[in-house]
Design a protein around this ligand. Structure first.
Ligand SMILES: [Zn+2]
Length: 154
């Protein structure tokens, strides 16, 4: 059925005048990084999820939330967030990321109060890889920080 034929039976009937319509203005430009899905895979936008923690609007409530925000910080290149959430005792002096490495997905396998086991997927030089780690966290002055992690070779 072709709906465009409707109303054309009279032949020369004038077209109805269209009111000018102002398109609704989106709150942020389309394609803005803030409105993209969060790299941590939560299903929220980056802005509502890890972006909040990256810009310091909220502290991580749990070790898992901090772990997710740190993964996202690697994915978006927020070295400042990584530095701030790393225990001073174990923090490396140089956080320069590997420019050929792209983080492509996170799966939290299991989590306790102060540890998180996860699999982080990445791509390097067109080849896919996976990092499986059990990370340990500590609270310092009421804030969760990353201490260290054991990489699972298997
Ligand atoms: Zn997130």
């Amino acid at each position: 059925m072709d709906l465009r034929l409707e109303g054309t039976a009279g032949g020369m009937s004038p077209r109805p005048r269209l009111e000018p319509v102002t398109p609704p203005t989106p709150p942020t430009p389309p394609g803005s990084a803030l409105q993209r899905p969060c790299p941590c895979g939560s299903g929220e936008t980056y802005d509502a999820c890890c972006g909040r923690l990256h810009r310091g609007a909220a502290p991580a409530a749990t070790a898992e939330e901090l772990m997710r925000s740190r993964y996202s910080a690697y994915a978006v290149g927020d070295l400042d967030h990584l530095f701030r959430t790393w225990h001073p005792r174990t923090r490396p002096a140089d956080l320069t990321p590997d420019p050929g490495l792209r983080w492509t997905g996170l799966t939290v396998v299991d989590a306790g109060e102060d540890w998180v086991e996860f699999v982080a997927a990445y791509e390097r030089g067109g080849r896919a890889g996976e990092l499986r780690e059990r990370s340990r966290f500590e609270q310092r002055a009421g804030r969760w920080v990353y201490v260290d992690g054991e990489v699972d070779p298997g």
